[in-house]
Design a protein around this ligand. Structure first.
Ligand SMILES: NC(=O)c1ccc[n+]([C@@H]2O[C@H](COP(=O)([O-])OP(=O)(O)OC[C@H]3O[C@@H](n4cnc5c(N)ncnc54)[C@H](OP(=O)(O)O)[C@@H]3O)[C@@H](O)[C@H]2O)c1
Length: 271
């Protein structure tokens, strides 16, 4: 895919099912060419055949395991070097809901490779390529679980808290570069992730479960509105703004030369 097209192309990880597959559909209809990555090549090929026919866009399929370093490196090279790429949907991910003390350490490590290491490396390559070319958008798929340590999804939640921090910080760093960043924080969404993680979607109350089409359409509406953080089911944007303001208000007292008086320490007088 070397031709430069008006919208450019979107690289979508985890495009073989769920949220990633709906992004592929919606972005094709918006006129983006696509680069689709996931492990299940058959599903990616079927999706690409449909989208070429229905939307008339170019679609490349890259069979990729994001826990394999050589596979990630191929996507990184594409993000850096393909001048037609203007959008990264950093979406592939998995969940684990086992209690931390009984969880298998290798499974946790694998989850971190997928949800943190791969996301970071791809965002890094996109930040380099997009800022050099002066335009581009990085969308990172987090989760509302990353805001809620009480949800008992210890490592999954921690990986998603990481995605939020990465996105907010990256947005700061890239200000003025022509690169836009968005973190999307879905709540429970009807996809395969539940069955894959062993929780079973039948155990998720229907009153908190969003249809995946609505989730992606809201995420794209948030992107169109210039939101840095999109929480599709949150009615009042001001509620999220209040959280970030409360956090920012801590700043003057987060790093000082002495501990706070409430610890009752004797602070030596300056000599
Ligand atoms: N559904 C929810 O309730 C929910 C809520 C909050 C956040 N999210 C986030 O949304 C994102 C998408 O998940 P989903 O809900 O759409 O679930 P999903 O239907 O299970 O999709 C996950 C995607 O990730 C890909 N993937 C998994 N392991 C991979 C690997 N090692 N290498 C490459 N690709 C891999 C899968 O493709 P292959 O199996 O073909 O590789 C699949 O395309 C995840 O980051 C998830 O944490 C979901």
């Amino acid at each position: 895919m070397t031709n430069i097209t008006p919208k450019g192309a979107a690289l979508i990880t985890g495009a073989s099912s769920g949220i990633g597959a709906v992004y592929a559909d919606r972005l094709a209809r918006r006129g983006y060419d696509l680069v689709l990555a996931a492990r299940d090549e058959g599903r990616l090929q079927a999706l690409s055949t449909r989208l070429r026919a229905e939307a008339g866009v170019k679609v490349d399929v890259l069979k990729t395991d994001l826990t394999v370093r050589d596979d990630i490196r191929k996507l990184e090279a594409r993000l850096r070097d393909d001048a037609n790429l203007t959008l990264l949907i950093n979406n592939a991910g998995a969940a684990l809901f086992e209690p931390f003390a009984v969880a298998d350490a290798d499974s946790l490590d694998n989850l971190i490779q997928l949800n943190v290491t791969a996301v970071t490396r791809l965002a890094n390559a996109a930040a380099a390529g997009f800022s050099q070319r002066g335009r581009g958008t990085i969308v990172n798929i987090g989760s509302i679980v990353g805001l809620m340590p009480q949800f008992k999804s210890t490592v999954y939640g921690a990986t998603k808290a990481y995605v939020l921090y990465l996105s907010e910080s990256l947005n700061d760093e890239l200000a003025g570069s022509g690169v836009t960043v968005q973190a999307v924080l879905p709540g429970a969404t009807r996809t395969e992730i539940w069955d894959r993680s062993g929780r079973g979607i039948e155990n998720v109350p229907s009153e908190i479960l969003m249809h995946v089409d609505e989730l992606v359409d809201a995420a794209l509406a948030g992107l169109d509105q210039g939101e840095l953080v999109t929480i599709p089911s949150l009615p009042e944007a001001a509620d999220w703004a209040a959280v970030t303001t409360a956090r920012a208000n801590l700043q003057p007292n987060l790093s000082r030369p002495h501990p706070a008086a409430r610890y009752g320490l004797k602070i030596p007088e300056p000599a």
